[in-house]
Design a protein around this ligand. Structure first.
Ligand SMILES: [Zn+2]
Ligand SMILES: [Zn+2]
Length: 737
């Protein structure tokens, strides 16, 4: 009996071995005719060796998107796939390689996994409020421990082909049970079997709306719209959705930052439960400082998308006096050049090794998803900041933004000097000192003269002597050494800062300022939600009032709405400019010291220390007029070009190389200006070189592309239907992210 059995199983092994393909060259490329297709439309082959083989299929590389879309719309388990890991290598770097060696490698994972935050996973923060209830329908997390995942390899030897390796095709958890979708037997709550689990995006949308205080019926309406994308309309589903939204609202209302009475223990618990949202954590020990680096999946995607070949800015040392640990926010400039927070670092340590640690971790995280990800510049706002780690790790130039200096001077001037004429004068004089970094004025004697002239302004002079005189040289020399950021960037960073301040310091939790768990809770719930919804509203063209408010959230944008005719400039002495209000003809704002970063306006927003739209508008106008100095960032740019020009050169190959580089730079700047000033993107696209067009078919998932980030414009002509189809597809792709 035994012998027979052995022989039989040997025979099986033989038969299997015969099916195993060892070279990609022996696989046929499959190209299903449907617009989108899934694993079910492909023939899967065993690939590898008898000991180790995978299920694979070979498809054209430009059909990868179609395959992913097909996989997401599996009726039994509707889902999305995200890139869990990615790798890339440059062409020509390998001498010997196997037929399945990759040029690009991406591991896609079902977004209901890999972690399990549900039953059997970690205890949910909100769970303690629900222990006494029998009804477990509402689940604030949708991670279900799903193990479904596949790899897409763009082949090194044949880049036009992609090898799909399906590691786990079933949507099951570690125990092997279907873990989401209508077939999930372990579905939680009444009727949950009939309703698909709420995917991350709908859940995020619903949570964001609740956090922002949007009325429940509106939240519900949007929530149902979202679910119906998966399962069609159904009264049962609608009533369950209504229960879900209501309960989620209750959970959010009752949820707390305090996971433990002890703040440190509470943070440890939060860290344990939110591993996916943390890129660096160092508990405070005797030798180590406390560092917590927060970045949600969504923030990571935004950082990759908007940071690549673009800028990152830091709003550093927020709350240095009031919070237990100060907060540093890293910002990117989104498709509207608004500042978007993509990482939060909570720590008191600004020591070089500590900064280097979290920066390395952050860059490593981005590179593991998008190899080759790189920023072009890093904006800092603190002259005391360590810039070596930035240069070493990000390998890019460091720029300096004046917004923080400007803001704290202006706030203190307004607070400490009663007379508006005096306020204007002081601000102007301080501005002159800053402008003196390009020579002409001796800083020390200018400061002495200032304190002498303002001898009766004791409150301000005291403040200035205590807070600024000791370090003003350091600040000025930083401004001298680094290129300076524009007013638009400064305004955008300031807008973020103001919003953060309003969110953090507005409520009655003032005692909570000393708790880190409270800060973390505020950032990851309310603030995160509001930025998420802003972007979502803009990109999906929904939530019109949210969208409008978001667009108007920077002074730069508000300034663009002021017509030139509303501004009158005093051309004789260049002392002031007037901006008449569009809402009320009787109101006129006076902008003092026009054409300078240290311009000062009499509107309420400016008197709070902010960079107001009137100042920006007046400066925009002065920039093009004779007799006004250029802005500081423009001066810095000119200085840079001049120093390049002055660099001595012989007639060598070095000169050729410099010409080539200068040309590249010029081309890139030209493109940037063209994109920036063009009203319809069509005119720019039409002028693009051919190679840009050929990129269309490539996968756009996870690839940061400024082209994708541009607002779509009306397309005309006979290509309309094609264009519409493409844009539908793009919309669906953007949902996959
Ligand atoms: Zn799944
Ligand atoms: Zn103003």
């Amino acid at each position: 009996m035994l012998a027979v059995n052995t022989r039989a199983s040997e025979a099986v092994v033989d038969a299997r071995e015969m099916d195993i393909v060892e070279s990609v060259l022996n696989l046929a490329v499959q190209n299903p005719a449907e617009e989108d297709f899934s694993a079910a439309d492909l023939t899967w082959t065993k690939f590898g060796t008898a000991e180790h083989h995978d299920e694979v299929a070979l498809i054209p590389y430009d059909r990868v998107d179609a395959f992913i879309i097909g996989e997401c719309s599996n009726p039994e388990c509707p889902t999305r796939f995200h890139i869990e890991r990615g790798r890339k290598r440059a062409r020509g770097t390998l001498k010997d390689y196997k037929t399945d060696e990759y040029l690009e490698y991406k591991l896609y994972w079902c977004s209901f996994g890999p972690e399990n935050y549900g039953e059997g996973g970690g205890v949910l923060p909100s769970r303690k409020y629900r222990l006494n209830t029998r009804n477990r329908a509402a689940r604030p997390q949708s991670m279900r421990g799903c193990t479904c995942h596949f790899v897409v390899k763009r082949l090194y030897a044949r880049p036009s082909q992609a090898l799909i390796i399906y590691n786990e095709r079933r949507h099951v958890n570690k125990s092997g049970f279907v873990c989401h979708g209508p077939l999930d037997r372990d579905a939680i709550g009444p009727g949950a079997k009939k309703i698909p689990y709420i995917c991350n995006e709908i859940q995020q949308q619903t949570m964001s709306m609740i956090y922002l205080g949007i009325p429940e019926e509106n939240v519900l309406e949007k929530h149902i719209e979202g679910i119906q994308r998966y399962c069609g309309s159904n009264p049962k589903v609608n009533s369950l959705a209504s229960q879900y939204v209501h309960k989620l609202g209750m959970i959010i209302k009752r949820s707390t930052h305090e996971l433990d009475l002890d703040d440190q223990a509470s943070i440890r618990m939060w860290v344990e439960r939110n591993k996916k949202s943390i890129f660096f954590y160092q508990d405070s020990l005797e030798s180590d400082a406390f560092i917590l680096g927060i970045q949600t999946e969504w923030q990571l995607q935004q950082m990759i998308r908007f940071g690549h070949r673009s800028l990152i800015a830091a709003d550093s040392t927020f709350g240095i006096k009031r919070l237990k640990y100060p907060l540093c926010t890293l910002l990117v400039f989104d498709s509207r050049q608004h500042a978007l927070p993509v990482a939060w670092i909570i720590t008191r340590s600004s020591a070089k090794p500590d900064v280097a640690k979290w920066m390395k971790a952050l860059l490593g995280r981005a590179s593991s998803v998008e190899p080759g990800w790189k920023i072009s510049g890093f904006l800092i706002d603190d002259a005391a900041a360590e810039i070596d780690p930035i240069r070493d790790i990000f390998g890019c130039p460091v720029l300096f933004s004046l917004w923080r200096v400007r803001r704290s001077w202006l706030r203190n001037i307004v607070k400490k000097c009663g007379n508006i004429e005096v306020q204007r004068e002081i601000f102007k004089r301080l501005g002159e000192i800053v402008y003196s970094i390009w020579g002409g004025v001796d800083t020390l004697s200018a400061l002495e003269e200032l304190t002498h002239d303002l001898v009766d302004q004791t409150a301000f002079i005291q403040y200035f002597k205590a807070s600024w005189v000791p370090k003003i040289e350091m600040w000025l020399s930083t401004m001298r050494a680094l290129p300076l950021a524009s007013q638009e960037a400064s305004g955008a960073i300031e807008a973020y800062h103001v919003k953060l301040k309003a969110k953090l310091f507005d409520d009655s939790h003032l005692g909570a300022l000393q708790r880190v768990d409270w800060l973390v809770h505020k950032l990851t719930t309310e603030l995160h939600s509001s930025y998420w919804l802003d972007r979502y509203a803009d990109e999906s063209d929904s939530f019109q009032n949210v969208k409008e408010e978001y667009i108007a959230s920077t002074s730069w944008h508000r300034a663009l709405q002021i017509p030139n005719s509303s501004v009158t400039v005093d051309d004789k002495d260049h002392l002031f400019a007037k901006v008449s209000s569009q809402k009320d003809n009787n109101v006129t704002r006076i902008v003092w010291n026009p054409g300078s970063e240290f311009a000062f306006c009499d509107c309420a927003w400016s008197l709070q220390g902010n960079l107001c739209k009137h100042v920006i508008k007046v400066n925009m106008i002065c920039e093009n007029r004779e007799g006004y100095q250029p802005s500081m960032s423009f001066r810095a740019f000119k200085e840079l070009l001049t120093s390049l020009w002055k660099k001595p050169m012989d007639d060598s190959v070095g000169l050729d190389l410099s010409i080539a580089w200068a040309h590249q730079m010029l081309d890139q700047i030209k493109h940037l200006v063209e994109l920036d000033s063009s009203k319809t993107i069509g005119t720019v696209v039409n002028n693009m070189p051919l190679k840009w067009v050929s990129k269309k078919g490539r996968t756009s998932i996870g690839i940061p592309s400024s082209v994708l980030a541009l607002p779509s414009s009306s397309k005309s002509g006979s290509n309309n239907a094609v264009a519409r189809k493409k844009s539908q597809k793009r919309k669906r792709l953007s949902r996959l992210r």
